[in-house]
Design a protein around this ligand. Structure first.
Ligand code: RIB
Ligand code: CA
Length: 315
């Protein structure tokens, strides 16, 4: 059965790849996208969601904008524009959207879609968890209606923004803490798995075909690769969000382990750390799963096949 998919996102280059993967996968039906501040400000991430959907020919999918300010602290000027560019998509040549976000805010939009979906709902968050924290605060009745909740975020071991914190959690740790404590069973697709998969630049060679799709994705992925090359010395990227999307589309594609996950919000050195307890003693009840591994070759095969299929409809 096709599952209904709701995507909360901060596009974002790897978010754009993840959204494309979802749209090209018949296993899921994307019934809505909500936007959040993270990789760029809310205005930019909302503009990007709208113009990406228009580019994909999917302006039928409603977009609701959410929160720019973090749930639990003042917004920090991350200075992370170098990763995704000031506009969130590396200055890509994409027309302004002709559509607008719906008037409903993200939490109310998500709650309405969850309450009224005739199909089981998977919710995936591939940006900071700000909107999801407001969702569980304002609409707790929908928590048991969510069949599966997958996030790109966190790390049981090594971080990216700091030695122990991953960006989506670090950007709004109080939101993440609230979500993990909310009763939603969370599949945490963190850096433990996303850093284990390197998408080397040659895998994107097929984009250099002069097509509209190829030109757009070649531009944003070359920029993303330039960033990673600067930091890691290799012409590769980590497709964090597309990996989480793969787990949402194909459940248990990853090796998952039950865990009790909480978030450090105070530590000078550890704020944003997802403290992941897999001891599972009688006094520790899991509130989710931590993802440890995936078959990287299989992921790349499915990703490139899906994107090529979508590219054929875009031209
Ligand atoms: O740490 C990786 C995450 O931060 C991804 O979701 C990327 O888009 C950025 O938001
Ligand atoms: Ca993201």
């Amino acid at each position: 059965m096709t599952r209904a998919l709701l995507i909360d996102t901060d596009p974002g280059i790897d978010d754009a790849v993840a959204i494309a993967l979802a749209l090209a996968s018949p296993e899921v039906n994307v019934i809505g996208i909500t936007t959040v501040g993270g990789n760029s400000g809310l205005a930019a991430t909302t503009r990007n969601a709208l113009r990406l959907l228009e580019f994909f020919g999917r302006s039928d999918i409603p977009v609701a904008s959410g929160y720019d300010e973090p749930y639990g602290r003042a917004k920090m000027e991350t200075g992370y524009e170098p990763v995704h560019g000031n506009d969130g998509l590396a200055g890509v040549d994409l027309p302004e959207p002709t559509t607008k976000a719906v008037s409903t805010d993200a939490p109310a939009f998500l709650a309405d879609k969850i309450r009224n979906s005739p199909y089981p709902v998977t919710l995936i968050a591939i940006g900071p968890l700000t909107n999801i924290a407001h969702l569980v605060d304002k609409h707790p009745d929908v928590i048991p209606m969510i069949e599966r909740f997958v996030i790109m975020g966190g790390a049981a071991r090594t971080g990216n923004v700091t030695p122990v914190a991953e960006f989506n959690i670090w950007h709004d740790p109080e939101a993440a803490k609230r979500v993990f404590a909310s009763g939603i069973n969370t599949v945490m697709v963190g850096l433990d798995v996303t850093h284990s998969v390197k998408t080397h630049e040659h895998l994107w060679g097929w984009l250099k075909d002069g097509s509209k799709f190829g030109n757009v994705f070649d531009h944003i992925l070359t920029s993303y690769t330039d960033f990673y090359s600067m930091f890691y010395g290799e012409r590769m990227t980590h497709q964090h969000d597309a990996l989480a999307m793969a787990e949402a589309i194909w459940p248990n594609m990853m090796e998952l382990e039950p865990a009790f996950i909480d978030v450090e919000c105070q530590g000078d050195l550890t704020t944003g750390m997802t403290v992941t307890d897999t001891r599972l003693r009688n006094d520790v009840k899991p509130n989710g799963y931590v993802a440890w591994s995936i078959d990287g070759d299989e992921f790349h095969t499915r990703l490139m096949s899906a994107l090529a299929a979508l590219a054929s409809t875009v031209g």
